[in-house]
Design a protein around this ligand. Structure first.
Ligand SMILES: Cc1ncc(COP(=O)(O)O)c(C=O)c1O
Length: 391
C-alpha cells in the first residue's frame, strides 16, 4: 500500500497568524488581545429584527441569485453612488460575497493564470498574500515609505509582463495609513496605462480620523474598466460572523467572476443578505458614534505607545483601528509576541505576517477594546516591551 502524498499548494502559504496567536492566547487565560481586527459592537437592531421576520419566508432557505438578492443589490447600488461616487451604470457589476476575503479570492481567480504576479505594497493584509499563493500566483512585494504611504516609483518598477494587478488597502490593515486621493489616482492611472487591474480594498472606508477622508478609486469616470473594489459589513456594521461583503468589478469580468462564485459559494447566505439590507437602511450613521469613540481610543493608544520612544516608534495612523509599531531590537518578532503573551498577558500580531521581515514590527489592533480595557492592554504592552527589550 502506498502512503498518501500530503504535499500540497498550501505548503507554500503562510499559516493563518490570527489562529496561531489565538492558540497562544487560549493557553494563557486573562490575556488581553490587541490581536484580531474586530470591532467591539454588534449589528444594528434593525438587522436582527429583519432576520426574525425573514425566517418565515421560504425564499430565505433556498439558493438565490449568485450576485445577491434584489433588495440588497438595490441598496448597495444606492450606497455605492452616495458614499463612494461609484455609478454601476457606467460599466461595472456588483456581487455579494461571504465577506471581503472571499471577494478577493474570486477576483484573483477571475483575473489570473497560474504564474501571474500581483503587486502588494508592504505592509500587506496577510489573507491577500495567502489568496495569491493559493491561486498559484506570485506576490510581488513593494516598499512603502516611513509612514507606510504608497511609493509610486516602487510600484512602477515592479510591473512586469506577468503583472495582473496592484492592490491598495486604504485605510490600511495593518498600518492604519490612509492613502491620499492623489496617490490613489496615480496608482489608478498607472494601472490603466499598463493594462492591469487596480484592486482597491475599502473594507475600512468609514474608519478615518480627524480631517482625513476615504476616497474610492472607481469613482473616476473610465476607471471602472480596470478597477475592482471590495467592501465588507464585518467592521462598519459589526457583522463579522454573518460573513457578508461585496465587490464591484468591470463588466468584462462578469463570466469569470460568476464561475468562481458559483463554485465556491453559489450565493452569499440569504439570511445575512436580508440582515445587511436592513443595516443599510441605518447606513453609515450606525458606525459613526463608534468611530468617534475609536478616535478617542486611538489617541490613548498613540500617546501611550509614544512613551516607548526611542526604543520603539509608531507613525500616526489616520484610519482603520490599527497601528504598526516598530521596535528597535534584533529579537525575533514571533518570539517576542509569544513572550508578550506568556509573560505579560497581552497579544499583538508579529510583522512578518504582513510582509515586514526587515526589523521587528507588531500590529496593535484597538477596535475590540472599550476605553476601560485599552489602558490596561496598552499598559501591559508598554511594560512588557520595556522588560523584554530593554531588560
Ligand atoms: C483589509 C481587509 N480586507 C478584508 C478583510 C476581510 O473582511 P471580511 O470579514 O469581510 O472577509 C479584512 C478583515 O480583517 C481586512 O482587514
Amino acid at each position: 500500500m502506498q502512503s498518501v502524498r500530503f504535499q500540497s499548494r498550501m505548503d507554500a502559504v503562510q499559516a493563518p497568524i490570527v489562529q496561531v496567536i489565538g492558540d497562544l492566547i487560549r493557553s494563557v487565560p486573562g490575556t488581553i488581545s490587541l490581536g484580531q481586527g474586530v470591532v467591539h459592537y454588534g449589528p444594528p437592531r434593525q438587522a436582527i429584527d429583519a432576520v426574525g421576520a425573514a425566517l418565515a419566508d421560504p425564499a430565505t432557505h433556498e439558493y438565490q441569485d449568485g450576485t445577491g438578492i434584489p433588495i440588497l443589490v438595490d441598496r448597495l447600488t444606492e450606497k455605492l453612488r452616495r458614499d463612494n461616487g461609484i455609478d454601476l451604470a457606467r460599466g461595472s457589476r456588483l456581487m455579494v460575497t461571504a465577506g471581503a476575503n472571499m471577494a478577493f479570492v474570486n477576483a484573483v481567480l477571475a483575473i489570473t493564470d497560474v504564474g501571474d504576479e500581483i503587486i502588494l505594497p508592504v505592509p500587506f493584509y496577510f489573507n491577500h498574500e495567502m489568496a495569491i499563493d493559493m491561486a498559484g500566483c506570485r506576490t510581488v512585494r513593494v516598499a512603502t515609505d516611513d509612514c507606510y504611504q504608497l511609493r509610486l516609483d516602487a510600484i512602477r518598477a515592479a510591473i512586469t509582463p506577468r503583472t495582473r494587478a496592484v492592490v491598495t488597502v486604504s485605510p490600511n490593515n495593518p498600518s492604519g495609513a490612509v492613502f491620499s486621493e492623489s496617490s490613489l489616482r496615480e496608482v489608478s492611472a498607472l494601472c490603466r496605462d499598463r493594462g492591469i487591474f487596480h484592486i482597491a480594498d475599502e473594507v475600512y472606508e468609514y474608519f478615518t480620523y480627524g480631517a482625513t477622508r476615504h476616497w474610492s478609486p472607481a469613482s473616476v469616470p473610465g476607471a471602472e474598466r480596470h478597477t475592482i473594489s471590495m467592501y465588507s459589513f464585518s467592521k462598519a456594521y459589526g457583522f463579522a460572523g454573518w460573513r457578508l461583503g461585496y465587490i464591484v468589478y468591470p463588466d468584462h469580468l462578469a463570466s469569470a467572476m460568476m464561475k468562481a462564485q458559483d463554485t465556491l459559494l453559489v450565493c452569499a447566505p440569504v439570511v445575512s443578505q436580508v440582515a445587511a439590507a436592513a443595516a443599510l437602511d441605518v447606513g453609515r450613521a450606525y458606525c459613526e458614534p463608534h468611530v468617534r469613540e475609536l478616535a478617542e481610543i486611538r489617541d490613548i493608544v498613540l500617546r501611550e505607545l509614544g512613551r516607548l520612544a526611542p526604543m520603539a516608534e509608531v507613525p500616526t495612523a489616520a484610519g482603520a483601528f490599527y497601528v504598526l509599531l516598530k521596535v528597535h531590537t534584533a529579537q525575533s518578532p514571533m518570539d517576542l509576541a509569544a513572550r508578550l503573551i506568556s509573560e505579560h498577558k497581552v497579544a499583538v500580531i508579529p510583522g512578518p505576517a504582513f510582509g515586514m521581515t526587515d526589523g521587528c514590527y507588531f500590529r496593535v489592533a484597538y477596535g475590540a477594546l472599550q476605553k476601560e480595557s485599552v489602558a490596561e492592554g496598552i499598559g501591559r504592552l508598554v511594560k512588557g516591551l520595556r522588560v523584554l527589550v530593554e531588560g
